[in-house]
Write a protein that binds this ligand. Sequence first.
Ligand SMILES: C[S@@+](CC[C@H](N)C(=O)[O-])C[C@H]1O[C@@H](n2cnc3c(N)ncnc32)[C@H](O)[C@@H]1O
Length: 346
Amino acid sequence: MAQALYHPEHGYYSTDRAAIGRRGDYFTNVSVGPLFGELLAAQFVEIWKRLGRIDNFLIVEQGAHHGQFARDVLESTQWRSPEFFSALHYQIVEPFSALRDRQSQGLKEFGDRVSWRRSLDELEPFVGIHFSNELLDAMPVNLQGKLVGLDGDKLVFVEGPGGRPMNQAMLDWIDCLSTKLERGFVIAVDYGFSRAEFREVLQVRAKHRALDSPFDEIGEADITAHVNWTDLAERAEANGLRVAGFTDQHHFLTGIISEFGRGDSPEPPANASPARTDWGQSPLPSDSKTKRALQTLLHPEMLGRSFQVLALEKDVDLAEPLSGFKFARNPCQALGLRVCNSRVST
Ligand SMILES: C[S@@+](CC[C@H](N)C(=O)[O-])C[C@H]1O[C@@H](n2cnc3c(N)ncnc32)[C@H](O)[C@@H]1O
């Protein structure tokens, strides 16, 4: 998986071959349209307010692909929450220069409000949010009892050791990230299971088809593994983070929408696209494109149930849950955590 996705010359992601969207290999929340970024931006603004409207607020995004989510967040907060926008710095963690070039092209107009780091290690300790959409499922995994071997000139699975953590890369990632977050949230959107429901699922996708084997079309296909959310939350808590919420995307976005537009949305600028100007104060957009996007993001048989959202926090007052989790059940129970320091009381 590491070689197929990230080999410097032949990797699916590292060489910018990955095509996301209608004409590509698969959809993500981000490729559905700007709505996902706009709704998440509303959640980010709420977090900034809870952290005391600080001047130096950082959003770190990892797995930003072509930078579309960053663009959606920056564009919508620029006019909808100008105070937040002026306090905001956006940093993308991107190891691959081909992707960094694409991102900096697409985000040019935001100047030095956006900056880059090659790895989490390079990140300075920060106050704010680490956000990712479908980063964790793209981290290489160890399948239990299997290794990759050769049969003649064909790659095949051969018997291997059991008992290695499946998601060592994800555990190393949260170990590092928890030393970097001084105060704020880690918000990860992805698909997976709690430990009680967990099963190994490896998906291989190209041109909107599911391929039978990760050895098909190597370097031309996406390979993902479902996330074990309980493993991640447990490791985060061991590192001093606390679970701030866990729910499916349907409930998460519905919670954000229920608070959307309340408060201080200013008038949209004259050059904002017409589809975006009519929901400054109203909870729901009304144009047909946005309605379709909303349905895709929320519908249980589309993306609403298959995606989950985990939020982890450090040093934040959570007397009230974030609006994304106001319809969620207790995250410690949902994740089956034996020891849980979460301050969420829902
Ligand atoms: C499935 S894509 C998600 C893209 C985008 N977030 C979206 O929703 O459309 C996964 C992305 O994670 C990136 N990625 C994987 N490991 C990474 C790492 N350690 N640091 C930064 N990006 C990484 C890949 O290069 C790829 O762009």
